[in-house]
Design a protein around this ligand. Structure first.
Ligand SMILES: *Cc1c(COP(=O)(O)O)cnc(C)c1O
Length: 418
């Protein structure tokens, strides 16, 4: 359920007309519904209420401080993958003991930052990273709480570019070898082992891979405990999919029930790191039609947003519904929705049956709240777009549209070239 609905043929977000926001803010812009965001978080959080758990929102899905703040206020922690995301989480007021740090390439300065802030835990992705963190903690006179991110070798049956839990992927430590690395970690003087972590991929629409993974991790936890290694946290990562088109992912309550059925009496606090399922359908990208171009035997609907603003279709060929902001009811049009970028992969829809858009009409690219703005770039020297949040009957600009000055901020011409 979300709060993007038509009222008298005009798309509204909660109680605000999307067209009226476009008049004030201009296009393109990302638009988020606060109520949808909160509902998605609460449903997910509630679903796990029978057991000790913490929902650590995956900041990379959408790292706007206002989005993070709304979730943190509702009780979420944050899953980070960089120093920049740690900074954002702290800016959003996230208590450090709700922050978990994943990623295969943590830099020394990022590790120091996280150690000094005393985050809940590092999810370790390689033996060398473990040694480095131990070393740095020692030098700072601090201790690092860790989980090892194991690679369970489970196929999540999702797009290969967002699959992370197969042996061939760069993520995590082979589950077969992880026991040995846990033994080594136990010997390190500045490391406290507190858990086991994994993350098998994204946009997963089937429960089986999650349950298979949990089964494998349970066995590992059993082995660790036999060795006297304490496991208090089990971090199952994120990855639950959403409906973009016709996918039928399990509802969060179904997902939670399946996991809890396996995890009760395990004596751990479960950590979940959902991103997409919380924010994906809480946001849309609003764009304006610039031109309708007749190309051979089809139409091109050229809009003012591009792959630099929303990269998913060009990266994964992913589907986003495209809806008119004002329904005209003047027939249909078949064609490709494309952006202004000088790349053939710059498209939002291919050979799609659409409303009969014409120049000047507004279109909403749906389900764009996750991996939308956070993946956007300045390619083609396009200022990054504004972000807007609706709360009930008011809207708030939560990120200003960038200016041309923003584009060259920090750039400098050597003296000799002046
Ligand atoms: C990307 C990522 C997530 C979030 O994945 P979603 O599919 O958006 O739920 C969670 N944990 C880790 C370690 C990630 O890299």
């Amino acid at each position: 359920m979300n709060y993007f609905n038509y009222v008298n043929n005009r798309l509204s977000c909660e109680n605000v007309s999307v067209a009226s926001i476009a008049e004030t803010v201009g296009t393109p812009f990302y638009l988020y519904s606060h109520k949808t965001l909160m509902r998605h978080f609460e449903v997910f959080d509630q679903a796990f209420s029978p057991i000790p758990h913490r929902i650590c929102f995956s900041a990379k899905a959408n790292s706007n401080v206002a989005i993070l703040r709304a979730l943190v206020k509702a009780g979420a922690g944050v899953d980070i993958v960089s120093g920049g995301e740690l900074f954002r989480a702290l800016q959003a007021g996230c208590p450090p003991d709700r922050i978990v740090y994943s990623g295969v390439g943590k830099r020394d300065d990022e590790i120091v930052f996280a150690l000094e802030k005393d985050i809940l835990m590092f999810n370790i992705e390689s033996p060398q990273e473990l040694a480095v963190i131990n070393d740095m903690a020692g030098r700072l006179g601090l201790r690092a709480r860790i989980s090892i991110r194991v690679n369970p070798d489970v196929n999540p049956h999702t797009h290969p570019h967002i699959s992370t839990g197969l042996r061939e992927n760069k993520f995590g430590i082979d589950i077969e070898q992880s026991l040995e690395y846990y033994r080594q970690a136990r010997e390190l003087s500045n490391i406290d082992i507190i858990g086991v972590a994994c993350h098998i991929g994204s946009q997963i629409t089937d429960i089986a891979p999650f349950v298979d993974t949990l089964d494998r991790l349970k066995k590992l936890i059993g082995l660790l405990r036999q060795q006297g290694i304490d496991v208090r946290y089990l971090d199952l990562g994120g990855g639950l999919g959403i409906t973009y088109n016709k996918e039928a992912p399990p509802h969060p309550t179904e997902y939670a029930s399946a996991l809890m059925a396996e995890a009760t009496n395990l004596g751990v606090t479960l950590i979940l790191e959902p991103g997409r399922v919380i924010v994906g359908n809480a946001g849309v990208l609003v764009t304006k039609v610039l031109y309708i171009k007749e190309g051979g035997d089809k139409h091109f609907i050229v809009v003012d947003a591009g792959m630099n603003d929303l990269a998913r279709p060009s990266l994964y060929g992913s589907y986003h519904e495209i809806q008119p902001v004002i329904r005209q009811g003047t027939g249909r049009l078949r064609g490709d929705v494309v952006g202004p970028i000088c790349e053939s992969t710059d498209f939002f829809a291919k050979n799609r049956d659409l409303d009969a858009f014409k120049r000047g009409d507004l279109a909403a690219v749906m389900s764009a709240g996750a991996y939308g703005f956070s993946m956007s770039s300045n390619y083609n020297s396009r200022p990054r777009v504004a972000e807007v949040m609706v709360i009930d009957d008011e809207f708030f600009i939560i990120r200003n549209r960038e200016s041309y000055d923003d584009l060259i901020r920090g750039e400098a011409v050597p003296e000799s070239l002046r």
